[in-house]
Every structure is written in structure tokens, then in C-alpha cells.
Design a protein around this ligand. Structure first.
Ligand code: PHB
Length: 395
């Protein structure tokens, strides 16, 4: 190709691109267009309620800013990820390539998160994790563009062993769904419980999202442990609480769990949940003005009681607001955006928390007991719990 032809071809391409807006300077585009936010969350299946609570909480944080991020209007895109890991990459790719989102908010399920994580690392899109606790996302595969506002899977259970032993429960059975969240929750439980002197006499499990608990409950009855500890969440957690109670076990074997067991399910579980002890980074009954104001506003807006998932969604919104305000809406200024988010202190309904170098919250864990459809705080089980961030080289 001659130089002249090359010039003509290039300028034709330039005119074409300019007419579609592709060549507008990044800043002008950043300030004129809407911020594109993609929700990749479960809206069907056992975690459906969790997805809705996260989206509600996130929208509430933006509504407090007049619906804007760094002064810019916001446009939302949504994908139901069905908590199906097999579709994780495809669904995340749809939001990034087709919808061209600036920020991908998702998700709940650790297996699905791995699909999002691959897409986030391959494309560099900003990913805010409002729930899924899968360890590698903030350990070996931590990434500058990935921030988690919830917990790592072993954080809540790292606080569980000590209160169990303090109550004289020295022999326990562990039960969960066999997938990353259950396996990694076990990691925290095993460490805290055995270090406190407890013995785990059996590990039981079933595939996600199976809720056929009967055979396993029969086995627990025959093992006669002092206590049962578990990870379940969403619709499956409500069913587990009801089945545990119906099997007569709640009378004789104290049930413990990471707090997801009793989040968003207390109406559905009814009296079956009474007396269950859990550790978690939030509690409905936290007696602070911040929590009370949040709960009131959420209930008024959505005609629902908020739970930990609503708080995590809200905090995800608060974090993005902080970042977007720091760069005056220019989300393409990634260096400054990420720096602002890394240094953020989030004034959350759960209490104030900060972001670790690996982009995971450093936060207190509360010990809670269910009383009359409420998670009552009965103490702080562990202060400023940080994930070990093993293998993360950021910071
Ligand atoms: C997860 O898959 O990481 C997960 C799901 C639901 C929860 C907590 C963790 O409540």
C-alpha cells in the first residue's frame, strides 16, 4: 500500500469512527455518557432472594446520591446467573462485551464468581463482589480491578470455634454443601475449633443446591455430637433449619453456623430457628444509629426487612460512590479510582470497615442468637478479622 493510500484509508476510518463517537476523548465520553453498571446476580433458584437484596441495597446507596455516580447518570444492565457455574463466563462476557458495562457487580455463588473472575482479569473491567467469598479472588488471584465488599468464605467461621468451646461443646459434626463456599467455610471452622481444643468427629456434605437432608440428619442423631456446625444459605438454609428441628435435633444438639444460615430466612424458618448460634459480620439488632437509619430506610423503600446481603449490596454502592466521586465520574482514571477505593473506610450498617491490600474487608465478627425471628447480638466474637490473603502480591 502506498503512503498516500494509507493516509486516505486511515482518514476514512477516522471519519467513520468519529461519526459513531468512538474517537471522542475518553474524558468527554466519561463525562457525557451514563455510567454503565451491570448486575450479574441470581434472580432464580435457592439464592434468588440474596440477589434481590444485593441489588436493592446497591440502588439505595446510589439513591442517596440522587441516583448519580460522580455526578453522572447511571444505566443498569441485568443478567440472572441462576447460581450456575457452567454459565459464569458466558454471562459475564455478555455484560462486558455486549452491554459494555463500566462496572460489573456480581455475584453470590463462589463457583459462578470464578467465571466472572476470569472475565475481569482478561478484560480489566472493574468487578465489585457483593457476596461470593471464594478465596482465590483475594488470595493467589487477587487483582487490582477486583474488590470484595462482603467476606472471604473462611472469615465468619474463623470466629466460630471459640464460642462453641466456651459453651462446652467439645465434639462437633460439620455439614455443608460440597462446593467452594462450604469447603472454605470448613477451613475457617476447622482452624478455629481445633485450635480452641475441639474435635471434629465427622464431615458431612451434599451437592449444591440439594436439600435432601434426611439421611444426613439420621446419621447426626446416631453420632451424638455435642454440637453441629454448618454452612447453608438462602432457601436451602430455611429448609435445613426446619428439617433439623422437625427431626428433634434442636432439643439435644446445639446448632451453630456461619451467619448466612439465619439471614433472610427467619420468617420462613419460624420457631425452628430459635436458639441457633452463628457468627457473622452483621446483625439485624446492632444498636447503632447507622444501622437503625439503614433498616428504616430500606424497609420503607422496598417493603422488606434488610439482611446481610442487603447490607453488602449497600456497601458495594457506598464503595463505588467513594471511588466515582474521587475521580469526578471519570471511571477511566483507573489509578485514582482504585486508589480511592483501596483507601476507603466504609461507614456501614455493620460497623466501620476498611479494605485490605488484597481488596477484602477487615471487619468485626458478631456472635448472634436467633430470638423471635431476630438475630440478636450477644457479643463480638472476633475483632478486625482479616483474610490471610495468602499468595496475593498486591500492596
Ligand atoms: C458463596 O457461594 O460464596 C456463598 C453463597 C451464599 C452465601 C455465602 C457464600 O450466603
Amino acid at each position: 500500500m502506498t503512503t498516500r493510500r494509507l493516509v486516505i484509508t486511515r482518514s476514512a476510518a477516522v471519519i467513520g469512527a468519529a461519526s459513531t463517537g468512538l474517537l471522542l476523548p475518553e474524558l468527554a465520553r466519561a463525562q457525557s455518557d451514563k455510567v454503565r453498571v451491570g448486575f450479574m446476580l441470581p434472580y432464580t433458584g435457592t439464592f434468588a432472594q440474596l440477589g434481590v437484596a444485593i441489588e436493592n441495597g446497591f440502588r439505595m446507596a446510589l439513591n442517596e446520591q440522587g441516583g448519580k455516580l460522580g455526578g453522572r447518570e447511571v444505566e443498569f444492565f441485568k443478567v440472572d446467573d441462576e447460581s450456575n457455574p457452567a454459565k459464569g463466563i458466558e454471562n459475564a462476557t455478555r455484560l462486558v462485551q455486549r452491554d459494555k458495562v463500566d462496572v460489573l457487580v456480581g455475584t453470590v455463588h463462589s463457583g459462578v464468581q470464578m467465571g466472572i473472575h476470569k472475565v475481569a482479569r482478561d478484560t480489566g473491567v472493574l468487578n465489585l463482589i457483593p457476596n461470593a467469598g471464594v478465596h482465590v479472588a483475594t488470595r493467589q488471584q487477587c487483582s487490582p480491578n477486583v474488590f470484595r465488599t462482603s467476606f472471604s468464605n473462611s472469615q465468619p467461621t474463623l470466629a466460630l470455634g471459640k464460642p462453641m468451646m466456651e459453651r462446652g461443646h467439645k465434639k462437633a459434626v460439620w455439614i455443608t454443601w460440597n462446593y467452594a463456599a462450604g469447603d472454605e467455610a470448613f477451613e475457617g471452622f476447622e482452624k478455629s475449633y481445633t485450635e480452641a481444643g475441639g474435635t471434629i468427629i465427622k464431615k458431612l456434605g451434599l451437592p449444591f443446591p440439594n436439600v435432601e437432608f434426611q439421611a444426613l440428619l439420621t446419621e447426626i442423631a446416631s453420632l451424638k455430637p455435642d454440637a453441629v456446625a454448618c454452612f447453608f444459605a438462602g432457601g436451602g438454609a430455611a429448609k435445613f433449619l426446619r428439617d433439623y428441628h422437625a427431626a428433634g435435633l434442636s432439643k439435644s444438639i446445639q446448632l451453630y453456623g456461619s451467619g448466612f444460615l439465619t439471614e433472610g430466612v427467619l420468617e420462613a424458618a419460624g420457631e425452628a430457628a430459635n436458639g441457633v448460634l452463628t457468627t457473622m459480620h452483621y446483625s439485624d439488632s446492632l444498636d447503632t444509629p447507622r444501622n437503625k437509619q439503614f433498616r428504616l430506610e430500606y424497609a420503607k423503600t422496598f417493603k422488606l426487612q434488610p439482611d446481610v446481603y442487603a447490607v453488602q449490596g449497600y456497601d458495594t454502592g457506598l464503595l463505588l460512590v467513594k471511588g466515582a466521586n474521587a475521580v469526578k465520574g471519570d471511571l477511566s482514571n483507573k489509578k485514582a479510582l482504585y486508589a480511592a477505593m483501596e483507601g476507603a473506610e466504609i461507614d456501614s450498617p455493620r460497623g466501620k470497615w476498611t479494605m485490605s491490600k488484597a481488596h477484602n474487608p477487615i471487619q468485626d465478627m458478631y456472635l448472634r442468637r436467633v430470638e423471635n425471628k431476630e438475630n440478636k447480638v450477644i457479643g463480638i466474637a472476633a475483632k478486625a478479622v482479616a483474610d490471610p490473603a495468602t499468595g496475593c502480591r498486591m500492596g
